[in-house]
Design a protein around this ligand. Structure first.
Ligand code: KIV
Ligand code: ZN
Length: 533
């Protein structure tokens, strides 16, 4: 077997920077635990200087995930924080990551002519001096330092060799080469990495990393070209979420190496059977739906609809399948539990699916399962995961849905009555009419919660086949209020508006919609500082 390529996951930093992907601290911690179980070598937990909340979230991950050895590993993952090349950012970053057993500071400064001239307003000599100064400063806190020349994909190779050589002299241990705007081609990026490997003084003593964006749909191809030319760390996100068209997908590069050992002769430490469950969880938390034809984790990635394909599949699966679905954690939708199944059977099955439930969590999940089993008769593994994720992953419960009723159809105006319980346990009842039952339900909720917002995205999908399937709804809301422009964007330095995702899963999609909407509103209320998660 060839070399191990380190997986540096940046779902919680670059991924979370994408519009609508805002996660609460509790959600970040849960994803971080699962990334650790997945086997990532390094996780970039956030940009601590963005806001006090961001700093606290990275700190909690450093404390709780950065000191816990996941099953099958001998060490906890490295916990990394991002910092611009300024002292204040590096101080905040160290404040957060120092609690991990293996902390890393990742600092960056742009090196492309366009960024140096228009964004930084610095000349190349000033950039080199700043890199030396800030890498040295970061090194005074921490041994493990990563440096990225931002927009390396559009930088002059000779200038990169110089900057990177100085970063190594100042103490950088990983040099990450970002194609920040997704401009590169596989040939061009491979040549750039090759040139860096051959011309940078001291490069043999550090790890070279690649970080690609997907603006031209070539992030995975560019990343693999980097690896073929000597990079031994790849920066990736679950589902490829990230700025604009996103970052390189973790699942794509990992499965490329696993499936095409003949082409790459490289491996990773990832437990690939956790890819699909984690992909679904990230999608639910962020409220960002995964496109059905997305490689590896999309709904249709292993579906064989065309008759000719099905015929081939029945004769021999390898005719149309290059990976086994189980390898990436796709569960067969078997009937495992029904309305007569008891608590014990439910608890054992959930544990087999990776969910250890006890106490109140078990009680709540079991009564939800019973309700669904009554309505649906056939409850598959996929249904169970959707239900329990829905319950476990919505820790922010400021307002709670206590009950609702809708009437709709062609005769009368669609009307919804909604009963919510507020944080002090007081019930609130509201009735509203709308253009349809979902619109009416959202208006009724609005009249109680009163957080001005606009609905940016509303997606419904069936978890399993059949007319009685559980429906999953994700919504994304944007606040109409300026006080939500809370966090600093690391690259532009500007305060950015946040949007908030919510998720709900029920056999009744109007109820699922109301729950998803309320979940997103609850996140907004927490972000406003009026309530605690
Ligand atoms: O895309 C980029 O340049 C980045 C850096 C901060 C590494 O995300
Ligand atoms: Zn990036």
């Amino acid at each position: 077997m060839g070399d191990i390529v380190k997986i540096f996951d940046t779902t919680l930093r670059d991924g979370e920077q994408s519009p609508g992907a805002t996660l609460s601290s509790a959600e970040k911690l849960k994803i971080a635990r699962n990334l650790s179980r997945l086997g990532v070598d390094i996780m970039e937990a956030g940009f601590p200087a963005a806001s006090p909340d961001d700093l606290e979230a990275v700190k909690q991950i450093a404390i709780h995930v950065g000191n816990d050895v996941p099953e099958g590993r001998t060490e906890p993952p490295v916990i990394c924080g991002l910092a611009r090349a300024v002292k204040r950012d590096i101080d905040k970053c160290w404040e957060a990551v120092q609690h991990a057993k293996h902390p890393r500071i990742h600092t960056f400064l742009a090196t492309s002519p366009i960024h140096m001239q228009h964004k930084l307003r610095m000349d190349p000599e000033e950039v080199v001096d700043k890199v030396k100064e800030m890498v040295t400063y970061a090194k005074s806190f921490c041994d493990d330092i990563e440096f990225s020349p931002e927009d390396a994909g559009r930088s002059q190779p000779e200038f990169l060799y110089l900057v990177l050589g100085e970063a190594i002299k100042a103490g950088a241990t990983t040099l990450n080469i970002p194609d920040t705007v997704g401009y590169q081609t596989p040939e061009g990026f491979g040549t750039l990495i090759k040139g860096i490997m051959e011309n940078t003084p001291g490069i043999e003593n550090v790890t070279v990393s690649v970080h690609c964006h997907n603006d031209l749909g070539m992030a995975t191809a560019n990343t693999m070209a980097g690896v073929m030319n000597g990079a031994r760390q790849v920066e990736v996100t679950i589902n490829g979420i990230g700025e604009r068209a996103g970052n390189t997908s973790l699942e794509e590069v990992v499965m490329a190496m696993k499936t095409r050992g003949d082409a790459y002769d490289l491996d990773t430490n990832i437990d690939t059977t956790q890819l699909i469950p984690l992909s679904r969880q990230v999608s639910r938390f962020t409220g960002m739906a995964v496109q059905a034809n997305k490689a590896i984790v999309g709904e249709n990635a292993f579906a064989h609809e065309a008759g000719i394909h099905q015929d081939g599949m029945l004769k021999n699966e390898e005719t149309y399948e290059i990976m086994r679905p189980e390898t990436v954690g796709l569960l067969k939708s078997e009937l495992v539990l029904g309305k007569h199944s008891g608590r014990h059977a439910f608890k054992v099955r959930m544990a087999e699916l990776g969910y250890e439930l006890d106490g109140d969590l078990l009680n709540d999940a079991f009564s939800k399962f019973k309700r669904v089993a009554d309505a649906k008769k056939v409850v598959t593994d996929t249904d169970l995961i959707a239900l329990v994720d829905d319950q476990m992953m919505r820790p922010t419960r400021i307002y709670r849905l206590d009950g609702m009723q809708v009437t709709c159809g062609t005769i009368d105006m669609p009307t919804a009555s909604v009963r919510l319980i507020d944080p002090d346990n007081n019930p609130h009842l509201a009735v509203a009419i709308g253009t349809g039952p979902v619109d009416a339900a959202f208006k009724a909720i609005d009249s109680i919660v009163q957080v001005p917002n606009s609905l940016e995205e509303y997606v419904v999908r069936a978890v399993t086949d059949g007319i009685d399937a559980i429906g999953e709804v994700t919504v994304r809301l944007e606040s109409a209020d300026d006080k939500f422009k809370l966090r600093t964007d690391p690259q532009s330095g500007l305060k950015r508006a946040r949007s908030f995702g919510g998720h709900g899963a029920e056999t009744d999609i109007v109820v699922a919609s109301a729950k998803a909407y309320l979940a997103a509103l609850n996140k907004m209320l927490v972000a406003s500082g009026k309530f605690e998660a």
